[in-house]
Ligand binder design. Structure first.
Ligand code: ADP
Ligand code: MG
Length: 264
């Protein structure tokens, strides 16, 4: 059988696409058999890995993609870089631990959650991002249509589930009950990242039920890293830079200290 036929049959599509370039390079670099074989397999593996990353990124349904490398930590001194560095090793995913990111609007909660999600995807994990509101809407609709089990399963399955914007809307008792069921299923098996603009003391009123709120917090916080961001909104900083607002009263921002970063 011809080489191209073999590559096709064996579904080595990345190798197939780059075959001429690899052979040319090998001749130029005068590779021995072992080096050449490594190069060949590396090409196929990299192509497959990249395709997997792209597929998992699409499946994650991020509203936008930003990485931890794009996060400017000098702007958010209340955030401990060491903790973020430790989290980005993804040991928390292996242990099925949770992360809760608290702070006022605009301080980068969603950015950090997505950044960690991207890291998990690059490491081969399945990630799903959704707002609490859309999650509750989907669970409630599923219950009305008698398929709540299947819907819960979809939210239990990802190794990292990011639930964004907890606390903007209160839940009724049924909704809080569904949320509790989901967290119980994921407990100690898979990681959940939650962002919220409410502090833990206010979570009771989100769930409209103190007993459920306690049970939910218990599951969430048992193995959990909490990031409490106390800083200023990055969005306002951007506007301030554009001259829409004046400088903050507490600290004057010097233009030469501003980082070069791209924004939405
Ligand atoms: P939150 O979820 O806390 O309301 P976001 O994560 O949506 O805030 O951040 C608002 C915008 O500002 C996003 O475009 C985000 O990428 C950007 N941003 C926030 N904080 C930082 C930061 N420290 N460095 C770089 N970009 C930031
Ligand atoms: Mg947000």
């Amino acid at each position: 059988m011809q080489l191209e036929g073999l590559l096709e049959r064996m579904k080595l599509e990345h190798l197939n696409a780059q075959l001429d370039a690899i052979c040319e390079q090998a001749a130029k670099k005068d590779l021995d058999y072992r080096e050449f074989l490594t190069e060949v397999l590396q090409t196929e593996w990299s192509g497959r890995h990249q395709k997997g990353v792209e597929f998992r990124l699409a499946m994650a349904r991020f509203p936008w993609v930003k990485t931890l490398e794009q996060f400017d930590f000098t702007f958010q001194p209340s955030l401990d870089r060491k903790i973020i560095r430790e989290l980005s090793t993804l040991a928390f995913v292996g242990r099925g631990e949770n992360i809760i990111i608290l702070g006022p609007p605009g301080v980068g909660k969603t950015h950090l959650a997505i950044g960690l999600g991207v890291k998990a995807i690059e490491a081969g994990h399945k990630v799903l991002f959704l707002t609490l509101e859309s999650m509750i809407t989907r669970l409630t609709r599923a219950r009305l249509e008698n398929r709540v089990e299947r819907q819960l399963q979809q939210f239990v399955y990802p190794k990292v589930l990011i639930i964004d914007e907890m606390g903007y809307l209160p839940m009724n008792r049924d909704e809080a009950g569904l949320f509790f069921r989901l967290l119980s299923r994921r407990y100690e098996k898979a990681s959940t990242i939650i962002t919220s603009n409410k502090s833990f003391v206010d979570w009771g009123e989100i769930f409209n039920d103190q007993v459920l709120a306690t049970a939910i917090l218990d599951r969430l916080l048992h193995h959990c890293t909490t990031l409490n961001i106390k800083g200023e909104s990055y969005r306002l900083k951007e506007k301030r830079k554009a001259g829409i607002f004046g400088p903050p009263r507490s600290q004057e921002i010097k233009p030469e200290e501003e980082p070069e970063t791209e924004f939405e």
